[in-house]
Design a protein around this ligand. Structure first.
Ligand SMILES: *[C@@H]1O[C@H](CO)[C@@H](O)[C@H](O)[C@H]1NC(C)=O
Ligand SMILES: *[C@@H]1O[C@H](CO)[C@@H](O)[C@H](O)[C@H]1NC(C)=O
Ligand SMILES: *[C@@H]1O[C@H](CO)[C@@H](O)[C@H](O)[C@H]1NC(C)=O
Ligand SMILES: *[C@@H]1O[C@H](CO)[C@@H](O)[C@H](O)[C@H]1NC(C)=O
Ligand SMILES: *[C@@H]1O[C@H](CO)[C@@H](O)[C@H](O)[C@H]1NC(C)=O
Ligand SMILES: *[C@@H]1O[C@H](CO)[C@@H](O)[C@H](O)[C@H]1NC(C)=O
Length: 630
């Protein structure tokens, strides 16, 4: 087929500046729609491996076969999603001059279609965006909110309904978040960002993962889409979601009001009510994206841009990195002793983070400033010893741990070095386990991320009051989308899915590359450890990934940790991390001593201009994703 010709056309097209883009918009757009429509459905993750070395204004894009399919390089733009089809759709948007935000919208919509078990219009997300020219960085909180009819004790009589069925759903924020980001930064028409996903939903997409048969068959909506005629679709069979295609089409033409204020929303609410849910049209109308300047933390010579609470991710990272930073040496995090200190820092962080909640409802000022404070971290560090770990009470946890899960994360960087880190979710696998039959939208079960007074907690700690339900409140989250800067230049984008495992995963990948100097692919692939304080166990990865790659945790590491009193248990359930690294041209050993050289290097070479080096995108082989580059 004409994929080669098509690629040629797209590559020949010079990515324009915003000004040029506007001038040539009319002529290009006519072609764009056509090209998009053809391109997206002819590309698949397997095509990615056929892109070898193309030239576009001197830019290079190469799959480094030596590094395996999990990694791609480009000087012009990259997307690292957890599904190769969605990465490729994002890159097509970048190729025609889209801003990183345009690509992010298209990638998020694609993920919602091909991975309805992880994310979609019925869920919510955190989006961190940095515009390279102005340096402006925004944190968009599009997390689900409790409906107006929700109450602190609403699950007392039926605890299961907190995580399963329509009562477990918060008001969806995904679409509002995408639109808010696009309104600020988008360059391409809103409608065009939907075309690839409409096509996937309508003309069918290949099923990449299929689990939870019982859950699917228990819901008529899910059954219709994923088990037509009562027979579960298998991996590699084609799935159709025509209702979702129609929903996406309507939103592409009428904007998000079609859902939040219009007939689509009314149909969605009707479905939810019929099933026994309490969401109302008023809830949809009242939904607001919370937009703030990104939370900025300085650690180990880098600036990390991320979300404010109700995300515990950025402040959690800050606390851990400040603890490790207080050792004042890069050696502190190296080797097995480094691993022990990382685990101890994580245990302290998990104890502290449960003080957090939605800042619009609880005063978390003191807890946030503690978690961001180097002196607070230094005090905690004094409690860490190199030869022992301790039982949970030593870390003084007050409240039962949040146990969230599910989710999808992707990273986008465009040719101008604008960047997006987005983590999106419906919470559990297939969220509430409910698909709205008239709209094709899967309902989230984000209410499960709240704490409730009647909860029987597995860790025997009381539920966290800062995270109790209130109407319109947002539950605490582990999601940690981050944009990383070095001397005010983009250095990377990172994030992960996997609930409680997200912060440990993002932490280890960050340290692996930015502090310990491992290459991007190895930084993501390396076996990781996880902890959640209670149970008092280190879980570690030691298995063969989907593509046959061994993720090995050494026996000697296990013995080293056991000698310090850690109890280790292997796990096959991992966080899934996506990473983009921007090569700024100097070695990463900058933490103690070489900073001046580095600064001089940038002055010499960029003089406040936006630096443009090689971009490397990595999708985690733990979920069989693939990145894409221009
Ligand atoms: C799905 O198709 C791919 C590519 O043709 C193949 O490698 C894989 O083994 C198939 N998976 C299953 C479960 O059939
Ligand atoms: C929140 O807590 C901080 C520190 O404890 C306090 O200084 C501040 O006045 C409180 N804010 C409100 C609105 O109560
Ligand atoms: C760790 O070292 C301290 C002092 O160096 C010692 O008192 C303590 O017993 C050691 N703990 C273990 C578990 O070896
Ligand atoms: C999420 O958490 C729940 C409860 O802790 C568990 O039953 C479920 O299997 C987890 N995983 C997914 C992918 O939903
Ligand atoms: C990891 O798995 C391999 C088998 O694949 C096994 O030989 C090894 O002992 C395991 N290591 C640990 C630390 O469990
Ligand atoms: C580790 O996990 C694998 C599968 O995930 C399992 O086969 C193996 O028995 C486990 N080993 C230990 C020591 O728990």
């Amino acid at each position: 087929m004409a994929h080669g010709d098509l690629k040629y056309t797209l590559l020949d097209y010079r990515a324009p500046s915003r000004h040029t883009w506007l001038c040539s918009a009319a002529s290009v757009l006519i072609g764009v729609t056509l090209i998009l429509t053809i391109a997206f459905y002819t590309t698949s993750s397997s095509n990615i491996h056929t892109i070898s070395s193309s030239h576009n204004n001197g830019a290079r894009s190469t799959i480094k076969s030596t590094e395996g399919p999990g990694s791609v390089e480009s000087e012009s733009g990259v997307v690292a999603a957890d599904d190769g089809r969605c990465s490729e759709i994002g890159v097509q948007i970048l190729k025609i001059g889209g801003h990183a935000v345009d690509a992010a919208v298209a990638v998020a919509l694609c993920s919602g279609v091909v991975h309805p078990f992880s994310s979609g219009l019925g869920g919510g997300s955190f989006i961190v965006v940095r515009n390279s020219a102005s340096g402006e960085a925004l944190a968009l909180d599009a997390r689900e909110t409790a409906p107006a009819a929700a109450s602190t004790d609403m699950y007392r009589d039926n605890p299961t309904s907190k995580s399963k069925g329509p009562l477990s759903a918060g008001v969806p924020g995904e679409l509002a978040g995408l639109h808010a980001a696009w309104t600020r930064y988008g360059r391409l028409p809103w409608r065009d960002l939907f075309l690839p996903s409409i096509k996937l939903a309508r003309d069918g997409f290949v099923v990449a993962m299929q689990e939870k048969e019982a859950l699917i068959l228990a819901d008529p909506g899910l059954t219709e889409v994923l088990a037509p005629g009562g027979k579960l679709l298998l991996v590699n069979e084609t799935c159709y979601n025509p209702k979702l295609a129609a929903t996406l089409e309507e939103i592409s033409e009428k904007g998000p009001d079609a859902f939040y204020k219009g007939s689509l929303g009314e149909n969605f609410i009707k479905d939810v009510k019929n099933l026994g849910g309490i969401l109302t049209m008023e809830d949809l109308k009242e939904y607001k994206v919370v937009i703030k300047r990104a939370l900025e933390i300085e650690a180990m010579g880098y600036t990390l841009l991320g979300m404010h609470p109700p995300s515990s991710g950025t402040v959690g990272m800050a606390l851990i990195l400040n603890i490790l930073d207080s050792y004042r040496s890069v050696q502190a995090v190296q080797g097995l002793l480094g691993l022990h200190r990382i685990i101890e820092s994580m245990k302290h962080m998990f104890a502290v983070r449960m003080n957090l909640g939605d800042p619009d409802f609880v005063n978390v000022t003191l807890d946030v400033s503690n978690m961001l404070s180097p002196s607070f971290a230094a005090k905690i560090r004094q409690k860490i010893v190199d030869n022992a770990t301790f039982s949970p009470s030593y870390y003084m946890p007050k409240w039962s741990q949040l146990r969230d899960n599910g989710t999808s994360h992707f990273c986008v960087v465009d040719s101008d070095r604008n960047a997006v880190a987005m983590t999106t979710t419906v919470n559990f696998y297939f969220g509430a386990g409910v698909l709205s039959p008239s709209t094709g939208i899967v309902l989230n079960n984000e209410m499960d991320d709240f704490s409730v007074p009647s909860e029987l907690t597995p860790d025997e700690l009381p539920p966290a009051p800062a995270n109790f339900i209130k109407p319109r409140k947002r539950p605490l989250s582990s999601m940690t989308p981050l944009i990383i800067l070095k001397e005010n230049q983009l250095a990377g984008v990172v994030g992960a899915s996997g609930g409680t495992k997200i912060i440990p995963a993002v932490l280890q990948v960050f340290l692996n590359h930015f502090v310990l100097g491992m290459d991007p692919l190895a930084s993501v692939q390396k076996s990781r450890v996880y902890h959640k304080l209670i149970p008092n166990k280190v879980t570690y990865e030691n298995y063969t990934a989907i593509d046959g790659e061994l993720i090995e945790f050494e026996k000697s590491s296990k013995l080293f940790l056991e000698k310090r009193g850690h109890v280790l248990e292997n796990t096959s359930s991992s966080a899934v991390c996506q990473l983009v690294v921007h090569d700024l041209g100097e070695p990463v050993q900058n933490w103690d001593g070489k900073r001046r050289n580095w600064r001089n290097f940038l002055r010499r070479n960029t003089e406040n201009a936006v630096f443009k080096g090689m971009l490397t995108a990595v999708s985690d082989l733990r979920k069989d994703g693939a990145p894409a580059g221009i």
